[in-house]
Design a binder for this molecule. Structure first.
Ligand SMILES: NC(=O)C1=CN([C@@H]2O[C@H](COP(=O)(O)OP(=O)(O)OC[C@H]3O[C@@H](n4cnc5c(N)ncnc54)[C@H](O)[C@@H]3O)[C@@H](O)[C@H]2O)C=CC1
Ligand SMILES: O=C(O)C(=O)COP(=O)(O)O
Length: 378
């Protein structure tokens, strides 16, 4: 099915290639990276498509206001800034560009391991301040140390192979990727309980989901070697920031490198100002190469969707495919019509309004579809 995308809003800083490709395909593109949430809610009804990075929060209220929106494109990987459930309920496709920034995020992670091992940023600050402090900055070699990688997907794998070239032992855990597959790229698969006591460095490369929230917490620190170093170039909140600060102060954690934070930018700078912490303002994907790739990819994916070619990168395609297929369109239309009728009969509709849908006959299997569309219109 081909999507009609007449007008697309780009609300985060995306490489100009994205605009060029869309315009070359006769899409009217507006780039505005300064919209407040209220302004976005006001503007979004004009658009068929929206392209974001991580800064724009596409929350349920933004989606509720998006009366024409058909597709949300994430020029990057993580979609935790997009309410995917709300989008799916409204029939809006959410797609990302998996892989476009993998190498950049992996390289920053490796840079962080090196920076932590020799306290490069701290030594640089010290020298800039006019000191020649060779004694203070005694480092430790990476060679022979153990790197525990939690999450062995695209980035985790690239980090593993690169750090192996420094002579690190790479161990890791992933609930989906089995031991024989990770062994192919030199990682020894272990349970988390086995990983913690062995690790000199722990790096996380998972999405932020309920299972991974505060995954590196006080209990984990109690199971780790004294002086373990933590790297988070994935998502703020996978490492419990309070527990990390306590572990740093107690000497349990020997250093942390953070590219991402629970709140971005952070309001509380205690952690980033800690002498053992190295940090960057969410720069994992901030390279010209990665930005050029993700911009081109998301624009091309939009064009392909317009031409009915593919929905590459669509995260909720499975859930939506039924709702979008030509065979189910009449049921969607019926649901919308009934929703409009119900709304006009009911007068004012609020959160306490209850809707009961009863269907009879051989097509009652389509009940869910009709129900959803009645509710969306209501
Ligand atoms: N700092 C930055 O600028 C960037 C951050 N990222 C973030 O890095 C993270 C990883 O990205 P990719 O490698 O591309 O994703 P991916 O989807 O290729 O890999 C994630 C892996 O985490 C695993 N996983 C899920 N739950 C887990 C759990 N409970 N324990 C251990 N592993 C678990 C999955 O099975 C999967 O293999 C994401 O959070 C992404 O948003 C990605 C690019 C740039
Ligand atoms: O792709 C990701 O998951 C990232 O975190 C990159 O975020 P950004 O596009 O740089 O805001």
């Amino acid at each position: 099915m081909a999507l009609t995308l007449k007008k697309v809003l780009i609300s985060d800083e995306v490489d100009p290639k994205c605009v060029q490709i869309l315009q070359a395909n006769e899409v009217d593109v507006v780039k505005d990276t300064k919209l407040t949430k209220e302004q976005l809610i006001q503007e979004i009804p004009k658009y068929d498509g929206l392209i974001v990075r991580s800064a724009t929060k596409v929350t349920a209220d933004v989606i509720a206001a998006a009366s024409k929106l058909k597709i949300i494109g994430r020029a990057g990987t993580g979609v935790d800034n997009i309410d995917c459930d709300a989008a799916t309920k409204k029939g809006i496709i959410v797609m990302n560009t998996p892989g476009g920034n993998t190498l950049s995020a992996a390289e920053l992670t490796c840079t962080m391991v090196c920076a932590l091992s020799r306290q490069v940023p701290q030594a640089n600050d010290s020298l800039r301040a006019g000191r020649w402090d060779r004694k203070k900055f005694m480092g430790s070699e990476i060679f022979g140390k153990t790197l525990a990688i939690v999450g062995l997907g695209r980035i985790g794998k690239e980090v593993a192979t690169r750090m192996q070239s420094f002579g690190m032992r790479t161990i890791g855990f992933d609930p989906i990727i089995p031991a024989d597959v990770v062994a192919e790229f030199g990682v020894e698969w272990m349970s988390l309980e086995e990983l913690w006591p062995l690790a000199d460095y722990i790096t996380v490369h998972t999405p932020l989901i309920p299972k991974t929230k505060n995954m590196i917490n006080a209990e984990v620190f109690s199971k780790c070697k004294k002086g373990v170093k933590i790297i988070n170039v994935a998502r703020g909140g996978i490492v419990d920031e309070e527990a990390l600060l306590e572990a740093l102060n107690a000497g349990k954690c020997g250093g942390a490198a953070l590219d991402v934070f629970i709140q971005e930018p952070p309001k509380d700078f205690t952690l980033v100002q800690h002498p053992l912490v190295v940090s960057t303002p969410h720069l994992g994907a901030n390279t010209t190469e990665a930005q050029s790739r993700v911009a081109e990819e998301i624009a091309q994916q939009f064009v392909d969707a317009m031409q009915g070619k593919s929905l590459f990168g669509a995260l909720n395609a499975q859930a939506l495919s039924n709702a979008l297929s030509p065979a189910t369109q009449p049921w969607v239309t019926l649901g919308e019509a009934l929703g409009r009728l119900a709304a006009s009969l009911a007068g004012e509709v609020n959160s306490n309004t209850q809707v009961q849908v009863i269907t009879y006959g051989e097509y009652r299997m389509q009940c869910r579809l009709i129900e959803n569309n009645i509710l969306v219109v209501e």
